[in-house]
Design a protein around this ligand. Structure first.
Ligand code: PEP
Ligand code: MN
Length: 450
């Protein structure tokens, strides 16, 4: 039996159209866009409402300190890199990090990709100017192409279908890998042994030896490793392009409640979280777990008003605040925010994005980040929550499973000169495979010390 949504719920799903919507592309041809959106509305959902509900319950546990979220992936996925190898490397990296963090935190780790839909980007300017030529800014492969030509940069609605198709094949591969044996803890442990046997990471030897002993202890106790061969792995992206997100919003036939079926978890970015804006309105009407990015200028009142809009009844796990303060600011800016939200009483899950407050430009002109600075924000995040007695619920990172050279530092030091070697991101710099694992070991050491 299928339950229908009341007429006012259906009408509400279009209310965002009357509100200011930041960061939307200027599509050259409205009728071409409408044709694509009509087709998208006919395409099958990518996730099932029941999965989003299960994730909400897990995020509620993370908010109480009974689980920990690891959310990672590209700043911007690209069509060109939606290949089996790239996807597998990202999944592997996240699984490896999760195994280390599980040990460090002694908590279940919720695994989530910035994957299978992260194809749209907010930009600081609508146009980019090079040598006196101005063209629309690159807004992600869901909108336009990266090469600096008029043809590439013109927004093309067919790309929304391209994003849907890549998202579908990516989540299909994620499901196949994580249910088909690739997530086997013994396999993941072997990969991590490979990492820590590299002399560059000798400082993690103690922790690595402990994890190894724990594995042998489990084996000796007769733990059924075969039962641990599958894991849940969730998809997420920034809900930026409202036409796309709206076309992927469907009524769950079991409950009559709307869900965004383009991903399990959607977040609203720092640039689109206006209280009376279209993004907050559309997302307030779907029942997925949601995130909101909060930068250093966010006031406690802003955060409480976001709770009023997005989680008025205080449903646990519904709302995650992803703070991205910057390493220099986190220890000053975060406490008042956390205190105000805590005094409200409605639960939120606090997650640290140590990437977006720490972007710099290298003297040679690369957009980069310092590994040590990124880690420092994570440490600051934990210190603040520890001092307040609140719960650090997770980490949100930009990473890839490949050996790129985009972030400076790490034990196998990426220096200024090596940035040029494999700088492949089209938007923000990502931790490479080794830097990602190093972050996991560092955070695990910190967690274990507490
Ligand atoms: C992002 O996550 O890539 C991003 C643009 O972040 P923020 O909204 O926090 O700036
Ligand atoms: Mn980014």
């Amino acid at each position: 039996m299928s339950i229908e949504a009341p007429a006012e719920v259906l009408a509400g799903l279009d209310h965002w159209r009357q509100l200011p919507a930041a960061q939307q592309p200027t599509w050259p041809d409205r009728s071409a866009l409408d044709a694509v959106l009509a087709e998208l509305r006919e395409r099958p959902p990518l996730v099932f409402a029941g999965e989003a509900d299960a994730l909400r319950a897990k995020l509620a546990a993370a908010g109480r300190g009974e689980a920990f979220l690891l959310q990672g992936g590209d700043c911007a996925e690209t069509f060109k890199e939606s290949t089996a190898d790239h996807i597998r490397n990202k999944i592997r990296t996240i699984l490896q990090m999760a195994a280390v963090l599980t040990y460090g935190a002694s908590l279940p780790v919720i695994k989530m990709g910035r994957m299978a839909g992260q194809y749209a980007k907010p930009r600081s300017s609508d146009v980019e100017t090079r040598d006196g030529v101005s063209l629309p800014a690159y807004r992600g492969d869901a909108v336009n192409g990266h090469p600096f030509t008029a043809a590439d940069r013109a927004p093309d609605p067919q790309r929304l279908l391209g994003a849907y198709t890549r998202s579908a094949s990516t989540i299909n591969l994620i499901r196949a890998f994580t249910n088909g044996g690739y997530a086997d803890l013994r396999l993941v442990h072997d990969w991590n042994r490979g990492f820590t046997s590299n002399p560059a990471y000798a400082r993690y030897e103690v922790l690595a030896a402990e994890i190894d002993r724990a594995m042998r202890f489990m084996a000796a106790c007769g733990v059924d490793f075969d039962a641990l061969r599958t894991v849940d792995f969730y998809s997420s992206h920034e809900a930026l392009l409202l036409d796309y997100e709206s076309a992927m919003t469907r009524i769950d036939s079991r409950s009559g409640i709307p869900y965004n079926t383009s991903a399990h978890f959607l977040w609203i970015g720092e640039r689109t979280r206006q209280l009376d804006g279209a993004h907050v309105d559309l997302l307030s009407r779907v029942h997925n777990p949601l995130g909101v990015k909060l930068g250093p200028t966010t006031t406690g009142e802003d955060a409480v008003r976001l709770m009023d809009k997005l989680n008025p009844d205080g449903e646990p796990g519904r709302l995650t605040f992803v703070t991205r303060m910057g390493a220099r600011t986190v220890r000053e800016a975060l406490p008042a925010l956390v205190e105000r939200v805590t005094s409200d009483g409605r639960p939120v899950t606090w997650v640290c994005d140590p990437m977006h407050g720490n972007t710099i430009t290298s003297p040679s002109g690369y957009k980069t980040r310092e590994f040590a600075t990124v880690l420092d924000e994570v440490h600051g995040f934990f210190e603040v929550h520890q001092a307040l007695g609140t719960v650090p619920g997770g980490l949100h990172v930009e990473l890839t499973g490949d050996d790129v050279t985009e972030v400076l530092g790490g034990s196998e030091k990426v220096d200024e000169a090596s940035l040029a070697r494999r700088y492949e991101t089209l938007v923000d710099p990502r931790l490479n495979h080794q830097q990602s694992l190093e972050m996991a070991f560092d955070v695990a050491e910190m967690l274990r010390a507490h």
